[in-house]
Design a protein around this ligand. Structure first.
Ligand code: PGA
Length: 215
């Protein structure tokens, strides 16, 4: 499985390009909110966040009710950019995960810290997963690997993936952080899928990544 996290990039033109060239049942596309309705007509679709409230007078928020209504079936939660720039706490992320389930969306919770030492990283992740409900999907994304062209070795990723599975009981652990055409195959061998940021803006690169999954 490959998750394309468009972040605050993308356009109708990119979506049209995806529709023409990237039809694949192992692809989940997470575009910005305004593109979700159209995207969901063609792809498994996820949001990049959702409100902790079901509905109400919360100007600027997007409710899980509406997300589900427009075809969204997945939601990324706790991305390190949301933790850093929008002060998302582990508690709020856990609450959002519960709400996503209540609205028949699978929460894909991003975890990972800033340390390249696994012992310190493990302590951070322990804290991040403590309050999460069961059956979530998890994306292991060391913050230092996001958008940096640096990534852990497959061996290090395998260690994190196995440990996260043991702790959470989830069957699905993705890896994200500087995934590219060269490292994707080795990383895919040790986890259940990729969470792709920057590289998801390029349709040719995405084609290559999807090929590595097989049909
Ligand atoms: P990147 O981002 O692939 O650009 O490193 C991954 C992510 O932030 O999900």
């Amino acid at each position: 499985m490959i998750i394309a996290n468009w972040k605050m990039y993308g356009s109708m033109a990119l979506l049209e390009n995806y529709i023409q060239h990237l039809q694949h049942d192992q692809l989940i596309v997470c575009p910005p909110y305004p593109l979700i309705t159209e995207c969901a007509k063609h792809f498994r679709t996820g949001a990049q966040n959702c409100s902790v409230y079901t509905e109400g007078a919360y100007t600027g928020e997007v409710s899980p009710t509406l997300l589900h209504d427009i075809g969204c079936r997945y939601v990324l939660l706790g991305h390190s950019e949301r933790r850093k720039y929008f002060d998302e706490t582990d508690e709020a992320i856990a609450e959002k995960a519960e709400i996503a389930f209540d609205h028949e969306m699978i929460p894909i919770v991003c975890v990972g810290g800033h340390s390249s030492s696994w012992d310190r990283e493990r302590i951070t992740i322990e804290e991040q997963i403590r309050a999460l409900p069961e059956e979530i999907w998890v994306a292991y994304e060391p913050a230092w690997a996001i958008g940096t062209n640096k990534w852990p070795s497959p061996k290090e990723i395998a260690k994190a993936v196995d440990w996260i599975k043991e702790q959470t009981g989830t069957q699905w652990v993705f890896y994200g952080g500087s995934v590219n055409a060269d490292n994707a195959k080795d990383i895919l061998a040790v986890c259940d899928g990729l969470l792709v940021g920057r590289a998801s803006q390029d349709v040719e690169t995405m084609k290559g990544l999807l090929k590595k999954l097989g049909s």
